[in-house]
Design a protein around this ligand. Structure first.
Ligand SMILES: Cc1cc2nc3c(=O)[nH]c(=O)nc-3n(C[C@H](O)[C@H](O)[C@H](O)COP(=O)(O)O)c2cc1C
Length: 288
């Protein structure tokens, strides 16, 4: 499914130009807009952008007519394909039901209120390049894979558990030491290969220089009310195959990096201690 990404500003302009869509607009924030498709006064679909108010990266649907969004499609890596699909189930517990950088996955129950969504088809189609049929087929077809993925996360232990968490979180924050001062920045590259968990950067970046000077780093990621902290040493790995696998897992990196020159630096985690925490349960420690 090819999706043309637009900004909230462009979407607002489009809505303003169309009297039918204008009537449906029930919220117009600087980062999000919501439409009431069936005229019941409640928003049925919302579009929101990243925190900088740029391209739309999340589409939320109210499939049940409850007035609450219960299906979210997130496109974290900006490739136009939703890489996380979240269902908020009947008990209002958010459940992430599909994951993965470039993995196309879906959700089983779409179709509950497709009739309402049809009204939005023009908007979705023209502005975002998604047809509702594509969206619904795409989600339904992949339901089985999605459920398997969920099961894998439930069953995961050790390094796999850490991999799934960081991968599903999409962005993690990595802290290094710059002399005696801490530095932290967002990262998203992640590869599990041969029982090793890799991250990637460019050797010319300050972060790489800091890791070279002191390879002990901490990584932190969070999802909902859970968080993960990994304390680890990073070890350089210049293996060509690993670089190729990294680029294939996250093809958007290919615009900046190549496995055939010195533009990529891969590191794997050694003697890592990962602590999973939440507000509601005891911390769980994994070492790998
Ligand atoms: C969501 C997100 C993910 C990122 N992932 C990476 C990454 O995996 N590797 C990388 O080198 N830079 C990544 N960056 C860019 C770095 O955060 C940025 O280059 C940062 O300035 C590097 O740290 P430094 O300035 O201390 O060298 C990412 C940025 C964002 C916003």
């Amino acid at each position: 499914m090819e999706v043309k990404r637009v900004s909230i500003r462009q979407a607002k302009k489009r809505i303003k130009e169309d009297p039918e869509l204008s009537k449906m607009l029930v919220r117009s924030g600087w980062r999000d807009i919501a439409l009431d498709l069936d005229g019941d006064g409640k928003a049925d679909v919302a579009f929101s952008s990243d925190s900088l108010g740029r391209k739309i990266d999340t589409i939320a649907f109210d499939l049940s007519g409850s007035g609450e969004y219960n299906l979210y499609l997130h496109d974290f890596d900006g490739n136009g394909i939703p890489d996380t699909v979240c269902l908020v189930d009947d008990d209002s517990e958010e459940q992430v039901v599909a994951f993965g950088g470039e993995v196309e996955l879906g959700f089983i129950k779409l179709g509950v209120k497709v009739a309402d969504l049809i009204i939005a088809e023009n908007f979705l189609n023209n502005e975002l390049g998604i047809s509702l049929k594509d969206l619904s087929d795409y989600l339904k077809l992949n339901a089985a894979i999605m459920l398997q993925e969920l099961q894998k996360r439930d069953d995961a232990e050790g390094i796999m558990k850490v991999y799934y968490y960081l991968n599903d979180a999409g962005t993690y924050y990595i802290a290094t030491m710059d002399g005696n001062k801490p530095r932290v920045r967002p990262f998203g590259t992640l590869l599990l290969d041969n029982e090793k968990l890799y991250i990637q950067t460019g050797p010319s970046k300050d972060v790489a220089k800091q890791i070279d000077a002191n390879p002990f780093v901490e990584i932190c990621a969070c999802m909902g009310d859970t968080w993960l902290r990994v304390s680890t040493e990073l070890v350089k790995d210049d293996n060509h195959d690993v670089k190729v696998k990294m680029l294939n897992k996250m093809p958007s990196l290919k615009a900046m990096y190549s496995a055939d020159d010195d533009s990529m630096q891969m590191y794997y985690m050694k003697d890592a201690k990962a602590v999973f925490s939440s507000f509601t349960s005891e911390p769980q420690t994994v070492e790998f």
